[in-house]
Design a protein around this ligand. Structure first.
Ligand SMILES: [Zn+2]
Length: 324
């Protein structure tokens, strides 16, 4: 099996020669070529089965900061596909896919509409989304609808670019949009449900529902009703703190993605080779075997990281699959 076939089999619940690995990392800074070379070099040195194309260096939503106020979030129109905000993301994915070939699964990355509005408000104007939601609810709602349209458009363009699937980052734990359970279910969750549904239509369900616990727990219950197939959540902050518990919590046939803690100081950074390989085998056992499973961490792996460690992990998966 090549990596792309392995990833497809894992995400569709079919038999695999070994579970795929899908760790990911950021590429901050400006490499001068829209970060393409960094991604391509990394996939070669890590031997990863799939690649999440990062959103790094592309800032917020394409909103013009004219007044530094909520006024900037009114009367928004969908950007053209030639708009740099759109073009750079798609061009990056397309060129990476072309350069690494079709044997590796390339994933586009999306953030939820309300998280994008939150980031944009905060970065551009220092406004906090929850305050604005309270004071100018309709404006924020309209802006979030618009951000969702941008996401839907990006999905269509990722499809055209030939990527394998997407990783969509969901969260509800950021302090600037800590909506009540009722508000979240009514106002925010539909965006998550709809964006994932559209991605599923386009990419044959090859989408990761990433419930981001990088800054703390979300509680996973709100997302049980959306049409997920592959789920990655933070085993080290959420109540569902093992893959075995995840098997029981998520619907039957769900592909679980994760295993390692991504926070600095945890075993993925500190273990020696034998320990790390033993950890992989323990993780696989906790997941109930290598089927319907993708080895990863709770979120992006911090840098610097010695890519040789990924090869040790792959060896452990191969040994485990061979019954060694
Ligand atoms: Zn995350």
């Amino acid at each position: 099996m090549n990596s792309r076939e392995r990833m497809a089999a894992a995400m569709e619940g079919r038999e695999v020669d070994r579970a795929p690995m899908l760790f990911f990392r950021h590429f901050f800074g400006d490499s001068g070529d829209n970060c393409v070379k960094w991604h391509v070099d990394w996939i070669k040195s890590s031997g990863m089965d799939g690649l999440i194309v990062q959103y790094d260096t592309i800032v917020g939503l394409p909103i013009e900061n004219k007044t530094d106020s909520i006024e900037d979030f009114k009367h928004l129109t969908l950007p053209k596909r030639t708009d740099p905000w759109v073009f750079d993301q798609i061009d990056r994915a397309k060129r990476i896919q072309e350069q690494i070939g079709d044997e590796t699964a390339v994933f586009g990355l999306l953030y939820t509409a309300f998280n994008m509005v939150r980031k944009t408000m905060h970065n551009f104007t220092d406004m906090e989304m929850l305050d604005m939601w309270r004071e100018h609810k309709q404006v924020v709602k309209d802006a979030t609808d618009w951000a969702q349209e941008c996401n839907m458009m990006l999905l269509d363009l990722y499809k055209e670019a030939g990527v394998f699937g997407t990783l969509i980052s969901f969260r509800r734990n950021h302090k600037t949009f800590t909506f009540s359970d009722e508000e979240f279910a009514e106002e925010m969750l539909p965006y998550d449900r709809d964006v994932l549904a559209h991605a599923n239509e386009l990419f044959d369900n090859h989408n990761v529902m990433h419930i981001c616990g990088d800054i703390g727990p979300n509680g996973l219950e709100p997302w049980l009703g959306v049409d997920y197939r592959t789920v990655q959540w933070d085993l080290h902050v959420e109540e569902i703190d093992s893959l075995a518990k995840g098997r029981a919590f998520f619907k039957p046939g769900t592909t679980l993605m994760g295993g390692f803690n991504h926070q600095l100081g945890s075993p993925i950074y500190t273990d020696d080779k034998e320990q790390l390989k033993a950890d992989v085998k323990k993780i696989v056992a906790d997941a109930g075997g290598q089927r319907n499973f993708i080895l990863s961490a709770d979120c992006s792996v911090k840098q610097p990281f010695d890519d040789e460690r990924y090869h040790w992990m792959r060896e452990a998966l191969e040994e485990d699959a061979a019954g060694a």
